[in-house]
Design a protein around this ligand. Structure first.
Ligand SMILES: Nc1nc2c(c(=O)[nH]1)N[C@H]1C(S)=C(S)[C@@H](COP(=O)(O)O)O[C@H]1N2
Ligand SMILES: [Mo]
Length: 214
């Protein structure tokens, strides 16, 4: 390609990124990169209930059921044979740290939804983990195009402490919604609080609205 064309491509690319980031938007609170009340961290902290299940990929499996037309269960091999997505996102923890630019690899929630086909009355999902943790998420939030079941971070397998072999990633909600060591997803007609939601955390948890606590 000519040098001019190359330069033009770069300019267009930069402008596309600005559009994605909403650069220059005014009057939309929190449209900066850092949500209100958050501070940037460079190291990725580990937070959980103190039980870190030690699961080999052979022991891991995922069950998806509840208010769906076609429940399914995936072994590790079946999970890996699904279409894989790659995504760079920021994460925001309710304890006020945010981490930029994590690259996740895994299976998009959109692909899962196409396979299981939630019933018309399904409105929420419950994520369940091997350590007994649970968290509830509105179906709309779970269906967002940046939600995935991730097995890798920055191109490397997720470590046990960060939820490997597989964890949920829901970048637009506080990180407590991103269940580590995920083992089941249950579609529900009615909302029902998970572990932290029962203990005073917000039901939805949008960092841009600072929905930390109930
Ligand atoms: N299974 C499970 N998932 C979990 C938790 C947990 O205790 N168990 N903690 C949540 C909370 S409060 C946060 S902030 C993030 C932390 O993920 P990290 O340890 O990879 O930073 O995981 C979330 N997912
Ligand atoms: Mo958290």
């Amino acid at each position: 390609m000519s040098e001019d064309g190359d330069r033009r491509d770069k300019l267009i690319g930069a402008k596309e990124k600005w559009a994605r980031d909403g650069r220059g938007l005014t009057g939309v609170p929190g449209r900066d990169r850092l949500p209100p009340g958050q501070r940037l961290t460079r190291d990725w902290p580990v937070l959980d209930l103190g039980i870190q299940p030690n699961l080999s990929t052979g022991e891991w499996s995922l069950s998806v059921g509840g208010a769906v037309e076609t429940p399914l269960q995936w072994t590790w091999e079946q999970f890996l044979s699904q279409p894989q997505s790659d995504l760079v996102t920021d994460i925001h923890c309710v304890t006020t740290w945010s981490l930029y630019d994590s690259r996740w690899t895994g299976v998009a929630s959109g692909h899962l939804l196409k396979l299981v086909r939630p019933r018309a009355d399904a409105r929420f999902v419950m994520l369940r983990s091997f350590d007994g943790y649970t968290t509830n998420v509105p179906l709309d939030s779970f269906a967002a195009d940046d939600v995935m079941l991730a097995h890798s971070w920055q191109g490397e397998p997720l470590t046990r402490e960060h939820g490997g072999p597989v964890r949920a990633i829901i970048p637009r909600l506080y990180f407590w919604k991103s269940a580590k060591w995920i083992r089941a997803i249950t579609f529900m007609e009615k909302d029902s609080p998970g572990y932290w939601e029962l203990r005073g955390y917000h039901d939805v948890g949008d960092p841009w609205q600072e929905e930390r606590y109930r």
